[in-house]
Design a protein around this ligand. Structure first.
Ligand code: ADP
Length: 509
């Protein structure tokens, strides 16, 4: 086993990796930017090193500096988490060439799966079904037009180097194609420095179902079942669950075997995920492989009963997986809600500020993987995901009830978050029936974010209104701003923005 691991990330995933190391008896080195000097991951690690200013291009993305810090601090391995450098083949290679271990797949496997077009070709060669599409980028609008006509509309334009939904355009008729191609190319060039775009058949109303893969260096490649990630906004996942209501044991075995075949074809080692679209007829199509730990890995951990991050580390240290495929069948149901600093009532606009108060849910079957605490400053430099709230229960209905209860226990004051939105989803009859697809949220989002307060917030607001009224009646009446001014802004004099909370609820103070 390693004696020391450098954690090349921040936020909840840095803490997650540090916790895994602590349980394995491995020492940790955290890295942090100037903006993260007082972040929880810095405190929890055994050692911590400042690596640069807040912008990630000058800190968390400077691979050479991270490798240099790892060597200087005597670490034997680097865990990249997700995002940042986790899927950069050059970084995995540079880590290896520096005599350190990259906790993830070999650079060659990252490369093989790195571009969507290359991954499609590799998958097809391994007999994995892919969405009908052209295997290479299109040269011009005429070629795109001919290909689109052969599949029939709608089609989807996709950036070969894509990720995070960037460079994607749905085209419903021929007349829209050439403009959509130009704008997808521009977006791809800006986001990835590569304007290659290809054409895929657009599948109507599918689910996003992905398979977790785990492989060691001795040729064992296992799958750990599926995660359903259909609740997406703008191609970004918001809620994930395991298992999926749409996957029978027979389909799980077939999709699992397909994912294992794709992983083998890429020479894959460590944890990875094959993403698929599952259509209404039960046909599934390979989308891409993510060559890293996923944000939503906890739902798999809960239903399969293993620690994926610890196994990433153990496999990287040369341990053989002691499992067989038949050891894995999902037990119970797990759901994850991504708690982000976005305001659902305001078009999911990013919210910034100081976390004034934080009360975390607990009790049976509740897990909080977070990167914030009371006093944390939430800025715009990094991803808006603050934490993941995950529950596990015997059935899906009980898991939904448990998530609902946990969301009601959660209080985050000082910034807007997605909490209330998740509560509305848990109460939605279609979601409760599992009647969802990747388009479900786009259709539903307006009604799920329309003003209608959850009972806990209303109760809190009523208390807040009473407190404010009491305060104003007793002392400092003249010092307080009028209740209608600067709506939503925290009050400097009282800390928690009671007046703002009350006003948001439409209650008179
Ligand atoms: P990215 O790497 O940018 O996240 P993906 O290829 O993983 O792109 O696709 C992101 C999301 O877009 C998928 O989860 C799915 O919701 C949707 N999507 C992708 N390909 C198709 C397709 N051919 N038809 C319909 N929806 C698709």
């Amino acid at each position: 086993m390693f004696s020391k691991v450098l954690v090349a990330n921040r936020g909840e995933i840095a803490l997650r990796v540090i916790r895994a190391c602590q349980e394995l008896g491995v020492r940790t080195v955290a890295v942090y930017s100037e903006a993260d000097a007082s972040a929880p991951h810095v405190r929890e690690a055994d050692e911590a090193v400042l690596i640069g200013p807040a912008p990630s291009s000058q800190s968390y993305l400077v691979g050479e500096r991270l490798i240099d810090v790892a060597r200087r601090m005597g670490a034997d391995a680097i865990h990249p988490g997700y995002g940042f450098l986790s899927e950069r083949a050059w970084f995995a290679r540079a880590v290896r060439e520096a005599g350190l271990v990259f906790i993830g797949p070999p650079a060659e496997a990252i490369e093989a799966m790195g571009s969507k077009t290359a991954a499609r070709q590799l998958a097809m060669a391994a007999g994995v079904p892919v969405v009908p599409g052209n295997a290479e980028g299109v040269r011009d609008a005429d070629e795109a037009m001919a290909i689109a006509a052969s599949y029939g509309y709608p089609v989807l334009l996709k950036a070969a180097a894509g990720g995070g939904g960037k460079g994607m355009r749905v085209v419903r008729q021929a007349a829209e194609l050439s403009e959509a191609l130009a704008s997808a190319r521009r977006e791809a060039q800006n986001a990835f420095g590569d304007d290659a775009v290809y054409v895929e058949k657009y599948i109507e109303g599918p689910r996003h179902v992905e398979i977790q893969v785990l492989a060691d260096t001795y040729g064992t490649v296992l799958h750990l079942g599926e995660r359903e990630c259909s609740v997406q906004r703008r191609h970004q996942k918001m809620i994930e669950e395991a298992p999926s209501v749409a996957v029978t044991p027979e389909l799980r075995a077939r999709m699992g075997a397909t994912a294992v075949a794709a992983a083998r074809a890429a020479g894959y080692v460590n944890a990875g995920t094959c993403e698929f679209l599952l259509d209404r007829d039960g046909q599934f199509y390979f989308l891409e492989m993510n060559t890293r730990i996923q944000v939503e890995h906890p739902v798999t951990e809960l239903v399969m009963g293993l620690d994926l991050v610890q196994w990433q580390i153990r496999v990287a240290a040369g341990e053989a997986l002691p499992f067989a495929q038949k050891d894995f069948a999902p037990r119970g149901w797990a759901i994850e809600c991504r708690i982000t600093s976005e305001d659902p009532a305001n078009g999911f606009l990013p919210s910034t500020g100081r976390v004034e108060y934080l009360h975390l849910p607990s009790g049976p079957g509740v897990r909080w993987d977070g990167g914030i605490e009371a006093g944390s400053e939430v800025g715009l430099h990094y991803d808006p995901m603050l934490a993941k709230l995950i529950v596990h229960a015997p059935t899906r209905a009980l898991a939904i009830a448990r998530m609902r209860r946990a969301l009601l226990e959660l209080t985050i004051d000082g910034i807007e978050t997605s909490r209330a939105f998740h509560l509305r989803v848990m109460d939605d009859p279609e979601f409760q029936r599992g009647d969802i697809s990747i388009q479900w949220l786009e259709h539903r989002v307006a009604s799920l974010t329309a003003p209608q307060r959850d009972p806990a917030t209303r109760r809190l607001a009523a208390i807040a209104a009473a407190l404010v009224a009491h305060e104003e009646r007793t002392a400092g009446r003249a010092a307080r701003p009028a209740p209608s001014a600067s709506d939503g802004a925290p009050s400097a004099s009282t800390g928690p923005s009671w007046a703002a909370v009350a006003r948001r609820e439409g209650l008179r103070t």
